[in-house]
Design a protein. Structure first.
Lengths: 52, 195
């Protein structure tokens, strides 16, 4: 059997505070910083011909 | 070879029987995709998908397992809590950030190192920020093998460690401190992507 896939544990204390700070910073930016429109268009093409 | 030359299909019993053996050049990853992924899907713990070559549909180019998960946080200092609650309209809900967990991801060893892994990662990110996505998803979290190549791969794709050290991760997961850590949790914040 392969190595078991981990679940994400509940973050507490400093780890939680650091994580929240990063989430907060990213959220509060006026607009998203990485243009991902090309990748989204490509993903839509892939999904259009996918057999899922 | 790019994902444009491939078709996305479920990696299920049919794919396993119809396709050639999927060799990622990594023993544990090969074992997961050959044996464990079906049980993982049957128990509804996650789903595995693969890209097959259009030229030869028997050849699996890449495969990945995804599962619903979340990043839950507790014990925020009061000042921080107030700031977060001001910024996020539904603070109670947003203390649990919805996430997709990439359990395993592998690329056929014959086409690896050609950029297809990054292409696959971009696809997964795009898939989960797509407006047709039925539920929200803030993070992509990966359970990456704690080995140089996969860690560098995720770092190249802008993932960062969820825990600052291996010791901290072991403590959180209640793993023996004297044993090596086999995988590391890494995350990517989808909110930085603009569509």
């Amino acid at each position: 059997m392969a190595i078991t896939i981990k679940s994400i544990p509940v973050l507490t204390d400093e780890v939680a505070a650091t994580f929240i700070a990063i989430a907060d910073r990213n959220f509060s930016k006026k607009k998203a910083s990485v243009d991902f429109s090309k990748q989204v268009a490509k993903a839509n093409k892939i999904l259009a011909k996918a057999k899922i | 070879m790019t994902l444009d030359d491939c078709t996305l299909i479920p990696y299920d019993g049919k794919a396993l029987s119809d396709c050639d053996y999927f060799d990622c050049g990594h023993k544990d990853l090969n074992e997961f995709f050959a044996k464990d992924s079906l049980a993982y899907s049957e128990q509804l713990l996650g789903k595995t998908y693969c890209f097959t070559s259009n030229e030869n549909p028997k050849v699996i180019i890449a495969a990945f397992s995804v599962a619903n998960d979340s990043v839950k946080t507790t014990h925020l200092p009061q000042s921080r809590k107030q700031k977060v609650q001001k910024l996020i309209p539904y603070p109670k809900v947003m203390r649990s950030y919805p996430a997709v967990l990439i359990g395993r991801l592998g690329v056929n060893k014959d086409v690896a190192r050609g950029g297809i892994g990054t292409e696959l990662m971009d696809f997964i990110k795009a898939w989960f920020i797509d407006s047709k996505n039925k539920t929200g998803c803030r993070y992509v979290v990966a359970d990456a093998y704690n080995e140089e190549r996969p860690i560098k791969f995720y770092e190249r794709n802008q993932f960062t460690f969820l825990f600052s050290s291996e010791e901290q991760e072991k403590e959180y997961l209640r793993l023996p401190l004297d044993k090596p850590l086999k995988t590391r949790l890494m995350f990517f914040d989808l909110i930085v992507l603009r569509t």
